[in-house]
Every structure is written in C-alpha cells, then in structure tokens.
Design a protein. Structure first.
Length: 150
C-alpha cells in the first residue's frame, strides 16, 4: 500500500429501525376464530366443553356475580320426595332457627300420633319468617290482649 491509506472495510448493512418497531409481539389467538375452529371440528359438544372449561377456570370471579349464588342453590337443590298414593301426605320443610330439627320432629310425631293415616314427608327447603322476632312477639301480645278483652 504505497499511498499510505488503509483500505476501507465494508460496513455491515444497517437495519432499518422503523421496520423492527412495526413488528409487534405475536397476537393472542382471536376468540372468535377459536370458537369457529371448535365449532367446525367438534360441533356443539366442543362448544359446551369449552364453555364448561371457561366457567371452571374463572369460577372465583363468576361465583361473585349477581344472581349466580341463587342459581347454583336452585340447581343443586334436591328434588321433592314422592307422595305416597292412597294416604294424606303432609310435607314438612326446615324451619328458620330450628338448627337441630327438633321442632320438625315434634310436628312429625304429633301428626303421626293424632292422625295415623297421615304420611309426613320431609324435604330440604327452608321456611323463613318475613318479620323479625320482636315484631312476632308484639303481634302475639296484641292477639292475647284482644282475646282477653272479649
């Protein structure tokens, strides 16, 4: 190299940074495309299965939505027992405040003792009062006063 200049090395091509920034992260799968694929591949069974998995997966959130708790209680309720044909059947529900079912047993036993042809049937429902306890006692006091004045 007689001239004293050093030869220039070829520079690597510079990437266009604008092209790199237009590339985005891979998009998540589109829900509609997924549903269409499941429908074509598995039909109704696949969609129902996918819905069940989605509900199970998000149950902590779904269970807190309004109306879900009564719906679940209604769906998990036991069916009413069958009445015995040829007999007078009386259904006995759970009573509010009767946690050990003592009052239910008293009602059942008294019906059985006084009316042997009566068949008592228990079922899993709760009878709750609309009034609070104090209002009930006040009403009872008014009734006893009214009877005493006759």
């Amino acid at each position: 190299m007689p001239s004293g200049k050093q030869p220039q090395r070829p520079t690597p091509p510079v990437e266009n940074k604008s092209k790199r920034s237009t590339r985005s992260a891979p998009e998540p799968p589109d829900l509609w495309k997924l549903l269409q694929w499941v429908w074509r591949r598995f039909g109704w069974v696949g969609l129902v299965f996918l819905a069940c998995v989605g509900i199970w997966w998000q149950w902590d959130h779904i269970s807190k939505l309004p109306g879900i708790e009564p719906l679940v209680a209604r769906l998990t309720q036991q069916s009413l027992p069958r009445a015995e044909p040829g007999r007078f059947n009386v259904a006995i529900a759970h009573l509010e405040g009767d946690d050990d079912h003592a009052m239910e047993r008293v009602i059942r036993d008294s019906l059985h003792d006084k009316f042997p042809i009566v068949n008592t049937v228990s079922f899993d429902r709760l009878i709750s009062s609309e009034q609070d306890e104090r209002e009930g006692h006040d009403a009872r006091g008014l009734c006893s006063k009214h009877r005493g004045s006759r």
